[in-house]
Design a binder for this molecule. Structure first.
Ligand SMILES: C[S@@+](CC[C@H](N)C(=O)[O-])C[C@H]1O[C@@H](n2cnc3c(N)ncnc32)[C@H](O)[C@@H]1O
Length: 272
């Protein structure tokens, strides 16, 4: 039987929410322009801008590319359009299905740390907001096996720089240890870009959506609250743990705190 961690990785409900409810095919923060309005169109454009930046950064001469944590397969579609020989990998069973609906190329239904790649197969491995889910050492060890000599590992993700920020510090690799781990494993950084500011605006968008959902709940429960005050208080008490959990998660949507506690960065590593 799957443990709870692998069950979570094999059925990612948050990602299903983005795709099936919000209609987002891409599951990363994106790169926003200064002054963009907080609309779904602007979010989708930010995500396309981000994806194009990644694709434009693939070193010339690369042929075989593995997209690790390939989400719904959108970037693989665009990699294929650009002529790359692409493969996808994800442990998520829904993403396996979405991928098969879009592409007829190999899909590896696995966590990267459990993946047993053919040695020296890929010119470039891409981890777009998926690296944070993979144990740090396994990122570099397994990529070293899978990459050709002098192959490239592209990582774009957020990293933690302040570990004293409670729930905000809980996701993402520690930045310093991550870079040390890369160096110890013999990788060199050949391109770097910090996109914290341009990515963080997605959180403002998330906050706007959360506020609207809360407002809708408030509107729809108004009459019930007025008519059945005691009953309403009882229901609220019943759900007190869930409500507290939601309130505790609100700091996750604070873009200013995000930028203080984390850095969203692009690294292109070359294997020694
Ligand atoms: C935030 S989404 C990013 C999806 C896509 N790369 C994108 O940029 O839109 C994270 C992805 O990592 C995958 N993932 C989670 N744990 C993983 C693991 N241990 N190994 C490989 N992929 C993993 C998820 O299933 C999902 O596809």
């Amino acid at each position: 039987m799957a443990d709870s961690r692998s069950e979570k990785a094999s059925n990612d409900t948050a990602l299903r929410f983005y795709r099936d409810v919000l209609g987002l095919e891409r599951l990363h923060y994106g790169i926003w322009n200064d002054g963009d309005e907080l609309t779904f169109e602007a979010l989708k454009e930010a995500q396309e801008r981000y994806e194009n930046f990644l694709l434009d950064s693939i070193p010339v001469g690369s042929g075989k590319v593995l997209d690790v944590g390939c989400g719904t397969g959108e970037m693989c579609v665009n990699l294929q359009k650009r002529g790359y020989d692409v493969e996808g990998l994800s442990p998520d069973r829904n993403q396996k299905r979405y991928f098969a609906e879009k592409l007829m190329v190999p899909f590896h239904h696995s966590k990267f740390e459990d993946f047993e790649p053919e040695a020296g197969k890929y010119d470039c491995i891409i981890m777009s907001e998926s690296c944070q889910y993979i144990p740090m050492k396994r990122v570099f060890e397994n990529a070293a096996v899978a990459l050709k000599s002098s192959g490239h590992l592209m990582v774009c993700d957020y990293f933690v720089v302040d570990h004293g920020a409670g729930i905000l510090s809980n996701s993402g690799h520690d930045r310093e240890s991550f870079l040390k781990c890369a160096e110890d494993a013999g990788y060199k950084v050949i391109k770097h870009r910090d996109i914290t500011k341009e990515a963080a605006r997605t959180l403002d968008m998330g906050k706007q959506i959360a506020d609207r959902i809360l407002m809708a709940v408030d509107i729809f429960t108004e009459r019930f609250r007025e008519k059945h005050g005691v009953c309403y208080k009882f229901v609220k008490w019943l759900f007190r743990k869930k409500i507290a959990k939601m309130e505790n998660q609100l700091p996750l949507l604070d873009s200013k705190r995000f930028s203080e506690v984390k850095r969203y960065e692009f690294f292109l590593f070359q294997k020694a």
